[in-house]
Design a protein around this ligand. Structure first.
Ligand code: OW7
Length: 389
């Protein structure tokens, strides 16, 4: 699953994985894998049987040193997981985000105006560089409370982090040279003194004042925001924009009813699955669909494959705003399900709504280029032509 051929187009591999059985052994890496919705969903909701504390990447931290101190959210199990999760949940809740909604909608309108300015009826641009990257990098670091300098470090840090969940291949080697410097910058942003007093970061530190978490935990929880909150939304938005550029009838539906923006984003997350995979470990010998997974072995959960499993979805490969995409596992499932999903949805809703108001047509203006990452399904370049409404 981590060869460049599969990263370029994972769909044939995913179909073969699902058809091979509920559980497949990947001899190349000595790991197991699941690609069917039923079994991926069941494993994700069984944290006792398939815990996260040994890491959610390929390497097993019961036997190997983690490359960075483990995440207190992603790479822990109850009871250690519970306090960090309980602290972060209200900070990123729909209720808390109401305060950001107006500003983010105005920022999205601003950005869309800027990209359309000066052009005639149409403008050609790279929708990854000009929209999918620019918007999250404009609004999210402000919301966390980061300073101005160094924000360009966020995407390369996340890119390496998501590569590092996979095997130790060329993609990991490419990022290894800068990761010391990038980690030092990210870690410095997590200190109380570096964060503005009105952002998500400051809210996390206030939880330490209340002793809901310890002062040692606070910076690591801030680090989770910076780790999980940028590349994911960039590639979620990229998936949306690519889907719209290749499905003009769906774009027209969104323009007719911008209230579909959230459905459009969740359908794009199902369809593309920006986070393709996470691992778990088998706590004990466990039989899944008739196959024994031995205790302590790593098992790859193919979220992207579950989200296109024809056993669960009608016409899984079609991008369709009339389907109900709820139940997709693109944000995970169970007690680790994405705590930032409301932030992601709000970013998408703001950008899609601004575009739907001003852009009559969005179409490809060239061949899009994939960006290969061991965990994320991503676009590197998405040349589009926007026609003013
Ligand atoms: C963290 C998208 C899944 C993640 C990914 C990478 C890092 C972390 C979380 O969530 O540091 O908590």
């Amino acid at each position: 699953p981590f060869s460049h051929e599969v990263l370029e187009d994972p769909l044939p591999f995913q179909a073969a994985l699902r058809d091979a059985g509920p559980v497949v052994h990947l001899d190349r890496y000595g790991i197991y894998a699941m690609g069917r919705y039923e079994h991926v969903h069941a494993a994700l909701t069984n944290w006792q049987g398939f815990p996260s504390g040994a890491g959610v990447g390929m390497s097993n931290w019961r036997h190997e040193e983690p490359w960075r101190p483990p995440s207190l959210l992603l790479e822990t199990d109850p009871p250690h997981h519970d306090a960090p999760r309980a602290v972060l949940e209200p900070i990123l809740s729909p209720r808390a985000l109401r305060l950001l909604r107006e500003r983010w909608f105005a920022d999205a309108e601003d950005l869309v105006d800027t990209v359309l300015t000066g052009a005639g009826d149409t403008v050609e641009l790279d929708a990854m560089a000009e929209l999918a990257e620019t918007f999250p990098l404009r609004v999210f670091p402000d919301a966390v409370g980061l300073g101005r300098d160094g924000r360009e470090n966020l995407l390369p840090y996340g890119n390496h982090l998501f590569n590092a969940f996979g095997p130790d291949n060329d993609l990991v080697a490419q990022g290894a040279g800068r990761i010391g410097e990038l980690s030092a910058w990210v870690n410095a942003q997590c200190a109380r003194e570096t964060l503005s007093p009105d952002g998500f970061g400051a809210r996390i530190w206030e939880a330490a004042d209340r002793a809901d978490i310890t002062p040692e935990q606070a910076p690591l929880i801030v680090r989770s925001l910076l780790s999980a909150g940028v590349d994911t939304t960039v590639h979620g938005l990229g998936a949306c924009l690519h889907a719209m550029a290749t499905h003009p009838e769906q774009w027209q539906r969104l323009r007719d009813d911008p209230g579909l923006a959230r459905i459009a984003f969740d359908e794009a997350v199902r369809w593309e699955s920006p986070v393709q995979t996470f691992f778990r470990v088998a706590e004990d010998d466990i039989v899944v669909g008739g196959t024994l997974v031995p205790r302590d072995d790593k098992i790859l959960m193919f979220l992207g494959s579950a989200n296109r499993d024809p056993r669960r979805w009608e016409h899984p490969d079609s991008f369709d705003l009339s389907r109900d995409p709820s139940g997709h596992v693109g944000f995970g499932m169970g007690l680790h399900q994405c705590v930032g999903q409301h932030v992601a949805r709000l970013e998408a809703e703001a950008l899609l709504t601004a575009l739907a108001r001003r852009v009559g047509r969005i179409e490809l203006a060239g061949t899009p280029r994939r960006h290969h990452n061991n965990t994320m399904r991503a676009w590197g370049a998405l040349p589009v032509r926007l026609t003013r409404a």
